[in-house]
Every structure is written in C-alpha cells, then in structure tokens.
Design a protein around this ligand. Structure first.
Ligand SMILES: O=C(O)CCC(=O)C(=O)O
Length: 304
C-alpha cells in the first residue's frame, strides 16, 4: 500500500543570479536545504515504498543482471514516478523543476526520467568517472540531473564529485559503469588530464546538486555501514530530440530518429517567461561540433 504524505513540493525556492552564473560556468551547482527535514522523511518513506513495490512487480534478471559489478555501484531503479504517487510528487515538483529551468535559462523544462541511486554499504565500488549525456538517446545538449541526497553524504559513503568546466570538453564515449576498468585515464585528452581537478560535494540530506549531462562526475565506494540513498531527477529542455539508440526509457516507445521527446512520458515540470540571462544553450557548441572536438578519443577508447 503506497504511503501518502502531506508535503507541498510546488513551493519554489529562490536561486540567485550568482548561482546561475556558477552553474553555467562550472557545469554543476550545489543547493543546500532544498527539502526540509520533514520533507526528507516523507521522501525517504516514499522511496522505500516505491522500491519495495517495484521489486514486487519486477522479475529478476533485469537489464544490468549480466554485469555482476553494476549492483555494487548502486541499486538503480528508473522512472519510479510512473509507479508511485509519492515519488511522482517529488519528480514532477515545481520546486526542483523550476531550479533546473532557471539554471539552463529556458522557457520550458521537461522530465527525462528519475532514478533511485542507492549505494549499498557492503562490497561497494565507485561510480566511475563519466558524463551522463552519452548514455542518453538525445540529439541536443542541455539535459541536466538533480541529485537529491536522502542521507547526509561525504567522501566516506559516496558523495558526488565534479570536475569544474569539464562540460565544455565535448562528448566522450559512454563508459561501462561498474566494469572495474580504469577507463578514464586512457580516454582523457592530455589538456583535460591537466585540468582534471575534482571538487567533492558533501552535503546534508535534503540538499542537492545539479549537473549538466556533459559534466564529469564520480562517487567513492560507500564505505559506511548504511545505504547511501539518493534520487536523481533528469530534466531536458523542451524541444530536445530523440537520437536513435537503445535506452530503457525510449525502447518501448518506438520513436523515429529525430522525434521530439514530448508527451506523457516526458511531462513539463516547469514553464514560464524567458530569463534575462541568455540561455547558455545558445553559447554551447552544437552537438556535431562537440562530438568532433577530438576524434582521437574514440581511437584511444578502442585501444583501451
Ligand atoms: O549516485 C552515484 O553514485 C552516481 C550518480 C550519477 O552518476 C548521476 O546521478 O549521474
């Protein structure tokens, strides 16, 4: 039975111009106390309920079942908003959606998907350095994740770490998370290796980070004795198109290449006037340019 809790996640919170500038300059932003302690409690209960419900509904042997390392990175469940009313309230909330819209500077922001990311304590391995966008079947840049901590996080239990400005390094190949390989060193261009100065984001439960789909990020293994619970909600600017490639969210939809990702699966989460700050999307390299910034990286990946 789904737990229903009384919280109002449509109340928005103020994001300053300085925060927007920081996001657009670095490709990530930490925002403290986005959820109150009561809201964190409610979301924790909803998440536990949604995960239990999903477990009951699902057969064993899912997509990542063939990679024994994947579950050591994290237990991941995608689109819990579609099966649980409590999670839906958070995932579709204006509070989070409006921050995402403000940071990117677009008129309308849609959901891409949510996912629970629970890093279990025993036998845990790192969430390898990666960019998210290469996993997504999109033909536009600009999608971003809100990573909401549902436990206090630090370097011991696997807080996120980001590399400032790395979202301007272009598109690197998608790496196999949990493969246990040190792929990044082989993959990075030399100048990017020199600029690779990660920043850790410890924070309290109810605080979150937003990161661009091309920002390199990572988390240590969870060395604590408790699960590290988080839910990440991924947003895409309205008008983002489909790039034909396998993905659990779009596979059942049979979309034609180039279709706009809209409709009930990708609801609008925030909409409003254009912002005075120009959208940083305008200043981003176009997809094709970003992909060919350094063609040598593909070759190095093949060698690795
Ligand atoms: O939760 C983690 O450990 C990694 C999260 C991540 O890669 C993401 O939210 O994009």
């Amino acid at each position: 039975m789904a737990v229903q809790t009384e919280i109002d996640l449509d109340r928005t919170i103020e994001i300053s111009d300085a925060q927007v500038r920081a996001y657009q300059e670095n490709g990530f932003l930490q925002v403290h106390n986005v959820l109150t302690p009561d809201e964190v409690e409610a979301v924790r209960a909803d998440l536990a309920d949604a995960l239990a419900e999903r477990k009951r509904l699902k057969e064993e042997g899912e997509k990542h079942g063939d990679n024994p390392f994947y579950r050591r990175v994290f237990v991941q469940e995608v689109n819990l908003w579609q099966t649980h009313a409590g999670v839906r309230r958070l995932t579709l909330s204006r509070r989070l959606g409006e921050i995402a819209r403000r940071l990117v500077g677009v008129r309308k922001m849609r959901l891409w998907h949510d996912h629970a990311l629970v890093k279990m304590p025993e036998n845990s391995i790192a969430s390898d350095w990666h960019q998210d966008w290469p996993y997504w079947p999109m033909n536009h840049l600009g999608a971003l994740s809100c990573w909401m901590a549902l436990d206090d996080v630090d370097m011991v239990n696997g807080c996120l770490q980001f590399v400032p400005k790395s979202f301007r390094w272009g598109i690197y190949p998608a790496i196999a998370l949990g493969s246990g390989k040190k792929q990044l060193e082989q993959m990075l261009d030399e100048d990017h290796q020199a600029q690779f100065k990660p920043v850790a984001m410890p924070m309290k439960a109810g605080s979150c980070t937003f990161h661009d789909g091309l920002c390199f990020h990572y988390a240590n293994p969870n060395l604590s004795d408790k699960p590290r619970r988080a839910i990440a909600i991924i947003y895409q600017p309205d008008g983002t198109g489909y790039r034909k490639k396998g993905h659990c969210v779009t596979d059942p939809l049979n979309l034609p290449d180039g279709a706009v990702l809209a409709g009930d699966t990708f609801p609008v989460v925030a909409e409003g006037e254009a912002f005075e700050t120009t959208s940083y999307l305008d200043a981003r390299p176009m997809l094709a340019e970003a992909a060919k910034i350094n063609p040598g990286r593909q070759a190095r990946m093949k060698e690795a």
